[in-house]
Ligand binder design. Structure first.
Ligand code: HEC
Length: 510
């Protein structure tokens, strides 16, 4: 090789290397912001923030470990089996970017290519609720570093039949709120029983780990950090009656300081009564023939089957088991066994990340089909969550040392076209949120910087023409347009100008 060849070779290597090594701002930040920061930011549940270069770089190889093990982002259902609203996972190429970034020395790159920290709403993401049902009193969660499962009774207080189109859980203290399961009842006997349990303990609500202490099967909603609100396609929903109650089970995570929480539930209603109320079907040990008995030192599974007598539309599935839980597989089969409809696969059950899984579009299960649910339990010493050491035989019950086998299916009678129904009616609307702006959008939840304010004479845009306007430079453009607040010189006063103003003249708080 001649000298020139050698020179080209050595200069070519680093060039290539630089071009392919991902940088934080350009390649890593979009992945972290999209998949991690919703839980990893100030005031959210996760133990540390993942927002800035330093924060993410500090955890570099640890991040690679948790994404490769599948621990983060937390999502227990197999996205290759069925799809649910709000599902979180990293694609293989996204994982590779993070691996290459860490291997390549965690380069920071150019701040200008950072997509910008996303907006994390603390209140509703879907609008102004018609009814807010809050825990009656705040609950104090102690600093003993123990998990706490507490059930709170919330009277719905409605005076007439109320048609619910969406339900949104707003935890008040994200530092401790880990998940919640909500049931509904208007049965006076069940309400009285729950009230008696509440009255028997001095603190608000009453403790309950795996069940509610009363026979309440009507599912209402559920929440884990990052899960989207429960919304129903048009013409369907939940009905709440006068005199009814919600039973809200909150799981508070271990904490070394005392925390208080008063979670609330936003209810969205419609005045147009719907006829398609959703019901909950429950699969339990009643749907298999052997006793629900889990011997010590064994891995066992139970296979429940229910017959579907009429065409159904299924909206969501909520599997529930306790600490011996290992996996779930739920699917439907046709009478001749030739067709299988996948419902949910949870290859590695995690009690902390259980939830209500809503299909991205409703699922049609035809009459004559059977629904199968296979729940697997690991009652050996290899299960790190085994509540007993050495392992003991377990059966049905509500305590941490008991087990459960339940699958809730939210359904209604099928109507043609159900599988095409969408959830767009409540999605977040971007737009101008400033009421003083000419283009104020009362529907908008997230401000997209498009507000236009009246003070600026928009006519001057046309007098000068867009192109020349931009070329004038912003001082000249302001003068020309008679528009002194127009900091970016686009001849309009928009939210972006307010932000520019703050950058130029605002004082940054410590
Ligand atoms: C839905 C909320 C949520 C999302 C999304 C999320 N995390 Fe986490 N993360 C947590 C919680 C909560 C913990 C604390 C441990 C636990 O409870 O599992 C945690 C712990 C971690 C830890 C261990 C920290 C420690 O000190 O033990 C790392 C590293 C981590 N997350 C990285 C990530 C990365 C990378 C992503 C995105 C790919 C991500 N997380 C997405 C909630 C989340």
């Amino acid at each position: 090789m001649n000298r020139l060849g050698l020179l080209i070779l050595i200069t070519a290597i680093p060039f290539d290397f630089v071009a392919q090594t991902p940088t934080f701002h350009e390649d890593v930040a979009p992945i972290i912001f999209g998949q991690c920061s919703s839980c990893h930011h100030e005031g959210a549940l996760a133990p540390m923030n993942l927002i800035t270069y330093n924060e993410v770089a500090m955890y570099g190889s640890y991040i690679v470990e948790v994404i490769q093990s599948g621990d983060m982002p937390p999502w227990i259902s197999d996205h290759n089996y069925t799809h649910f609203r709000g599902e979180r996972f990293l694609t293989e190429s996204e994982k590779q970017v993070l691996v290459d970034w860490v291997d390549g020395g965690k380069l920071e790159g150019d701040l200008a290519s950072n997509p910008g920290v996303p907006y994390f709403p603390t209140g509703s993401v879907i609008g102004i609720p018609d009814l807010v049902l809050s825990m009656v009193e705040p609950f104090e969660h102690s600093d003993d570093y123990e998990d706490q499962y507490q059930i709170f009774l919330i009277p719905t207080g409605v005076t007439e039949t109320t048609y619910v189109t969406a339900i949104e859980v707003i935890p008040n203290n994200m530092a401790i709120a880990h998940h919640s399961i909500i049931r509904y009842t208007h049965d006076p006997a069940v309400i009285a029983e729950a009230q008696a349990l509440d009255a028997a303990t001095p603190e608000p609500g009453y403790p309950g780990f795996g069940g509610f202490g009363v026979s309440i099967d009507e599912g209402f909603s559920g929440w884990v950090p990052g899960s989207p609100p429960t919304e129903y396609p048009e013409g369907m929903g939940k009905i709440i009656e006068p005199g009814s109650y919600l039973l809200v089970q909150m799981h508070y995570g271990p904490s070394t300081s005392v925390h208080s929480d008063q979670t609330s539930i936003n209810i969205f209603t419609t005045d147009i009564p719907f006829t398609r109320e959703l019901s909950t079907a429950t699969m339990s040990p009643y749907n298999f023939s052997e006793p629900f008995y889990i011997p010590a030192n064994q891995i066992v599974d139970f296979h429940a089957i229910i017959d579907i007598p009429i065409d159904l539309t299924i909206l969501s599935v909520t599997p529930h088991m306790h600490l011996l839980g290992k996996s779930w597989l739920v699917y439907a089969t046709s009478a001749n066994n030739e067709d299988t409809i996948p419902i949910i696969s949870i290859p590695e059950w995690d009690f902390d990340w259980q939830g209500k899984f809503t299909f991205t579009s409703p699922m049609h299960v035809p009459a004559g089909y059977k629904i199968h649910a296979i729940g697997e339990y690991d009652n050996t010493v290899d299960n790190p969550n085994n509540p007993n050491s050495p392992p003991q035989w377990l059966t049905w019950g509500e305590a941490t040392t008991d087990e459960m086998f339940v699958v809730f299916l939210e359904y209604t009678v099928y109507q043609p076209g159900d599988e095409n129904l969408t959830y767009t009616n409540y999605s977040v609307t971007d737009g101008c949120t400033y009421s003083a702006a000419v283009n104020y959008n009362p529907e908008a939840i997230t401000d997209d910087g498009s507000c236009v304010f009246d003070e600026c004479d928009l006519q001057s845009e046309f007098d000068i023409g867009f192109n020349t306007g931009y070329d004038l430079g912003f001082a000249a453009a302001q003068a020309a347009a008679g528009c002194p607040g127009d900091f970016d010189g686009d001849l309009m006063i928009t939210t972006l100008d307010l932000l520019d103003f703050l950058t130029l003249y605002g004082t940054q708080c410590e």
